[in-house]
Structure formats: structure tokens, C-alpha cells
Design a protein around this ligand. Sequence first.
Ligand code: NAP
Length: 256
Amino acid sequence: MRLKGKVALVTGAGAGLGEATARRFAQEGATVIATDINAGTVEQVAADICAQGGLAEAITQDVTDESLWATLVAGIAARHGGLDVLVNNAGIAIPGSVEDTTLADWRTTQAINGEGVFMGTRAAISVMKERGGSIINISSIEGLVGEAQASAYNYSKGGVRIFTKSAALHCAAQGYPIRVNSIHPGFIRTAMVEEGIGSMPPEVQQEMEERLMREIPLKAMGEPLDIANGCLFLASEESRYMTGSELVIDGGYTCH
Ligand code: NAP
């Protein structure tokens, strides 16, 4: 019960890492506000959590909608007395090199992965600044190292990494008891990764799978629970001396 009594908002909680994090938080006693652009999946996740004795509610949210952020956090504060944890998890990956990425794909990526994290962080600070909280921004190893086929994604996740430090410094300077940290997952088996690899031509797929096994020192992709456990640590008081930090969970991939 490491999050007992805490109220936690997780975006993109209808699938993948967000779903695993919402479920893990609920197991540890949090009241989970699970949001996603996909109403059906997030309602199912919240219903499952409640059926297993946890506390959760589902809200449909597009993280790029600015006005929704303000009403969302104000509503949570009114219903639950405050917000203790925000996980800015919702994100997309559109493969493409600098030469073949369209401006439309570039902007869509920055709107969700970048602006969504900025607006979420800003909204959370507005309701956390008195009683404190933990904001966890899901970046990526692609925010630390480059990938030829991830130009827009690299840009967005590198931005999340350094924005996190700016927000952490601001909160500390203002005397707000709010910690802001980023998590950098490596290759984790979710729809995003399976579909990304699946969309490649078969020979490129094979080459990619072989490259991953060669380059991941722990010789396996991660599971969503590996990232959920990192979020749990940053959400709990166990990480109370951490702010502006980068938690890399990648099987050693970025050690090279
Ligand atoms: P995922 O399986 O695709 O799940 C992402 C969820 O976010 C989906 O339910 C998706 O809904 C939702 N979503 C998409 N756009 C949204 C929007 N505008 N507003 C609200 N929700 C939205 O992805 P994932 O692998 O769990 O990734 C989660 C986060 O981890 C992302 O930020 C990603 O960049 C990051 N990450 C993942 C990996 C990895 O290996 N999986 C590695 C590094 C970083 P729809 O399915 O309906 O679009």
C-alpha cells in the first residue's frame, strides 16, 4: 500500500504502459483517474480495477485539448480533495527519418508528446502547489539517443526530458513541494512497439529483432510492468529526494 490515500491521474491509460501503471497504482492503494482518448479501452481498465477491489474512474481525454486540462484537474480536486500524482504517459510514435517525415506528422507528434506533457504539467502544478505532488513524464530512450527513423519522436522525447528539468527547477525555486521527473523506457512490448515493428517490411523486421537482441544487454524487451514499477517508485515517498531526474529502464540499451 505504497500509494494509500493518494489520488493519481494517468493519461493514455487505456493500453500499454499507462494501463499497467494505472493497475499497479490501484494495487498499491491509490485512487486512480485513468484517462485516454479511447473511451472504450479506458472504461474497461477502470471497470477491471474496481472489480478487483481497487479505486478507479475513467475519463475520456485528448491530451492536446487545452481547455479540458483545466476542467479535468479542477474536477479531480473538487471530487477527491486534490491530486497527488500525474503520469503524463499518452504518446504516439510515427516512424520517419528527417527526409520522409511530413510536417503534418511532425506537428501531430509534437502536439501529443510535447504539448500534452507541457499542458498536463502546468495543470497539475496549479492544483498541487499547496499540498505537493509528484509529476512523472514518460519520455523514452529516444529522448536520450538518436534513431534515424524517429526524427519527430526523438525531437518530442528529447523535449520532454529537458522540459522536465525546467519544471522541476521552477517548482523547487517557488517552494512548491512538487517533484517532477522523467522516465526513459527502452523497448517495451506494447501495441506501439509491436505495430511499429510489424509495419516494417519482413526483412527489416527480422533485422530489427536481431539488432535488438544484440544491443539490449539483458537480451529481452521489457514488459509494461517494468515501467509501471518505475512510476510507482517515483509516485511514492520512497523517491522524495528526487526531482529533475531521469529514470532509465531499458535493459541496459543506452549503456553502449
Ligand atoms: P500505446 O500502447 O500505443 O498506448 C498509448 C495509449 O495512449 C493508447 O491507449 C492511445 O489510444 C492513447 N493516446 C494516443 N493519443 C492520445 C491522446 N492524444 N490523448 C490521450 N490518449 C492518447 O503506447 P505505449 O507503448 O504504452 O506508450 C506509452 C508512452 O510510453 C508513450 O508516451 C510512449 O512514447 C512511451 N514509450 C513507450 C515505449 C515502448 O517501448 N512501448 C518506449 C519508450 C517510451 P489509441 O490506442 O486509441 O491511440
